[in-house]
Design a protein around this ligand. Sequence first.
Ligand SMILES: [Zn+2]
Length: 357
Amino acid sequence: MKTCPTSRRFCRHACLLLLMPATCAAAVSSNPVRRFDEAVARGLPQRVTLAANRLARGVSGSTLDVSHAIEGLEVTFSDGTQAIHYAASWHGRPAVVTRSGEHLDITVTGDGAVEVTGFSAASYTAHHFRHGTPVGSVSTARTGDAIPAPVTTPPVLPDGVSTVGFYMFVHDALADRLDHHIHAGYVAWWVADIRRQLAVSRVQAIYRRRLPGLTNLATGSDDLLNRWTTATQVLEMREGLSHVPGRAWFKFMLLLRDQVAPGVSGRAWFGGDHALASLAGPYTVIAHEFGHTLGGTHEAAEVSWSGYWPCETNLYWHASVLRSNCYRFTTANLRRMRDYLAGELEPGGERRFEMVD
Ligand SMILES: [Zn+2]
């Protein structure tokens, strides 16, 4: 994936950045995460008021309408914490809610931005960000904390269940970026979407960290995708993460701090199982590169419309500051991905191991 120069992107997104006043009054009876859990436990759908008065004034409303849990979407963070996702409406806009551990993150896409509002059970403070490092969440970053050994449970493939597993290995240079924030910004919105759109019963998003030989690979050279592909093979064999035709596909991505190459924020094997994505790229970068591994092409992407503004679908080849993101795959690329999973892409087109950006 090619992106515009960092400085231009920075200017654009700096303009969009919102910093919320984020202190709740001490008078709230329970914090927002607990309130959410209590509401969901009563059965869905539910309307939940997440913020106390002072915060509510800052965000012009704080009511979350939770409609249903998203089934078949399994997310495991690098400390073993699992997440449950909910379809919801936040400030009247469709949202995906990620509830994990002590965190609740609300992702809204549209109008050219991903907006995430996060709550932590550890405080009454909300944080809100639209691109890049989450604003207001720095104090909750855990650089240097010990992270438990990664979960290495072999995948269970019950009869009749088909699985696409997206494995994301967070490079050691991203120690200051929290899994749940990466997920809320770059991943939650499209995995929830393809879980609905692809003909598989289970979509997994698995985060891993601190794996010597994998997450500490030297970056910045042109052979990184080759080295990454080789480096994961032992892990794939040890954990039984082999492609099972018609039933299971596992994709392995290394998440990077810096660009893969100047002007390149992602790279993948077309129809293959390995990819690179830089969090310096747009919020669509992970969807873009995983999309290539599932047979998605630039040619089947398009410039569409988001309201009155042109937007690029996830697999559009060149991110422009003059267009927003649509935060969706085209119908043509979703069809290609379904065909790929069914083994029905055109001969030679399924796994031709061509390196694509
Ligand atoms: Zn591409």
